[in-house]
Design a protein around this ligand. Structure first.
Ligand SMILES: Nc1ncnc2c1ncn2[C@@H]1O[C@H](COP(=O)(O)OP(=O)(O)OP(=O)(O)O)[C@@H](O)[C@H]1O
Ligand SMILES: [Mg+2]
Length: 496
């Protein structure tokens, strides 16, 4: 049942609200006679919604709103207001109330407004009603689907033992987050969590990276160096992309797992190691076993209790909750007060296939935050890639809203008023991206000039953020990175 607290100093009004909501059979309604009383109640019991009068003794509705939101930002607050106080109600909405209902209150209007608020907020209320798993303070793993509940069980079980862990899952499904959750719930939690990406280390440096080296162990080793194993001593070493570990290193890793000792490069002593190993991969290790590119003995050692993370498309019911989590995150980061996602936009998010999984969802919410000016994420703030992939067409009004906010987003950039699709229109604008004249009539040169300029403008627009730029400009991230390198662009130049 949805728990509602009606806070008004007028007992008659409390009674009629109570009756209107109770008649639906969907709400459990309590009463508070003023703001102070309401705060006492929300501190002793969890409510999903507060219906709040503006004009009350002891504490004004505005003060009560602020205190309620401080206590629990996920409580939906609906303001009850008389016409005389409509300005206050509008101000309350700016301060985080969902909306207001004016008195005298008709029961159908009230129920309709409460339902609208619940729809918009279904995200927020459900997310707090259930159990997200804490990873670190302020960081949690969301998962309400049966697949994720299984994952949580395995995480809890693995946290109590020190066997190696293998986490499998497609890109962006949360492998690293799960690794951190295991670490911070385990007996290794007072040690460090050290992550190493096996695909990013050149083969000849691997051994020294993991185990360290003595001074003079090889050309260029002019200092003694501590390896990641020693660095992570007493903590967790997260070996990301384990499928890319070179064969020789696979042998050495297996040895550490079995004997709990290792030898730095060039050293003649063994060092004892007490490190929890968590590995992750997106690669088909079983096939690699057959091909001989991933050792079977290491595979079996790691695969004692594997965790398979489902892709987001296989647990769409979690989309609401994740969206809510990211809304709260970006509200905090950007000082905004977005309260939810418009139903139409949520439908699109639920329909999309999410090849980049949760990371992609997070990027898309961040993108929408940049464009959105109202307190709800509208479909017009979603990137074109998603609208296209889900066959969503914007109405003329939505297209206009989108263009306006894009123009603002561009600020004083000279893309203003122009449109990237105009590039093959060589007509008169002095803001065109490429100027053509007889003596530079070389297609490739112009293509490169265009690409460079386009990328710089896109980076400016998204403050040098690669993921955002790639997503919004519809360039695969790898291609974008390649081109940034090719044209000698420094994305950081465009950060804030
Ligand atoms: N269940 C979840 N709840 C909340 N946030 C999540 C969840 N899963 C992933 N995230 C967030 O999504 C982003 C991607 O997660 P993470 O880096 O752990 O994925 P990954 O599987 O390691 O990706 P890759 O394969 O690309 O390295 C992170 O910002 C992470 O905090
Ligand atoms: Mg990762």
């Amino acid at each position: 049942m949805f728990k509602v607290l009606v806070c008004d100093d007028d007992a008659g009004l409390r009674l009629s609200v109570q009756a209107a909501l109770a008649a639906t059979g969907r709400f459990e309604v309590d009463e508070a006679f003023d703001g102070v009383n309401a705060l006492e109640k929300i501190k002793s019991k969890t409510y999903n919604m507060v219906l709040l009068d503006v004009d009350m003794p002891r504490m004004t509705g505005m003060e009560a709103l602020k205190a309620i939101k401080e206590h629990d930002p996920s409580i939906i607050v609906l303001i009850l207001t008389a016409y005389a106080n409509i300005d206050d109600a509008v101000r309350a909405v700016k301060e985080g109330a969902f909306n207001y209902v004016s008195k005298p209150i008709k029961s159908e209007d009230l129920v309709a407004m409460v339902d609208r608020a619940i729809n918009a907020f279904s995200l927020i209320s459900q997310a707090t009603a259930s159990f997200p798993m804490q990873v670190e303070p302020g960081r949690e793993i969301i998962g309400h689907t049966s697949q994720m509940k299984k994952v949580f069980n395995v995480i809890m079980r693995l946290s109590k033992v020190d066997t190696p862990v293998l986490i499998r899952g497609a890109s962006g499904t949360g492998k690293e987050l799960v690794a951190r959750a295991i670490h911070s719930n385990s007996s290794f939690k007072d040690g460090k969590f050290v992550a190493i990406n096996c695909s990013a280390i050149p083969e000849n440096l691997f051994e020294s990276e993991l185990f360290g080296h003595e001074k003079g162990a090889f050309t260029g080793a002019d200092q003694r160096k501590i390896g990641k194993f020693q660095y992570a001593e007493g903590g967790t070493l997260f070996l990301d992309e384990i499928g890319d570990l070179p064969l020789l290193m696979q042998v050495k890793l297996l040895r550490v797992l079995q004997e709990r000792t290792f030898t730095p490069v060039g050293a003649n002593r063994e060092i004892e190691s007490n490190v929890r190993i968590i590995a992750a991969t997106n690669r088909p290790l079983e096939e690699m076993n057959k091909k001989g590119t991933f050792r079977e003995d290491l595979y079996y050692r790691l695969n004692v209790m594997p965790i398979n993370l489902p892709s987001l498309a296989d647990r769409r019911a979690d989309i609401d909750h994740l969206v809510n989590l990211f809304i709260q995150k970006f509200n905090r980061a950007q000082g905004k007060k977005v309260v939810g996602v418009a139903p139409e936009a949520l439908t699109v998010l639920k329909k999309y296939d999410w090849p980049g999984n949760i990371r992609e969802l997070e990027n898309i919410i961040e993108h929408a935050f940049i464009l959105e000016e109202s307190n709800m994420i509208q479909v017009s703030s979603l990137p074109e890639t998603i609208l296209g992939a889900t066959g969503t067409e914007l109405s003329a009004a939505q297209l206009r809203a989108r263009e306006e906010s894009m123009d603002k987003g561009l600020g004083d950039s000279d893309l203003d008023g122009d449109n990237a699709n105009d590039s093959d229109d060589d007509g008169g604008s002095d803001q065109e991206m490429v100027k053509i004249s007889g003596d530079t009539l070389d297609f490739n040169k112009h293509k490169e000039a265009f690409e460079r300029e386009f990328i710089i403008k896109a980076l400016k627009m998204f403050k040098g953020r690669i993921n955002q730029t790639a997503l919004h400009a519809n360039i695969p991230k790898k291609t974008l990175l390649r081109k940034i390198e090719k044209y000698g662009i420094n994305a950081r130049d465009y950060a804030d």
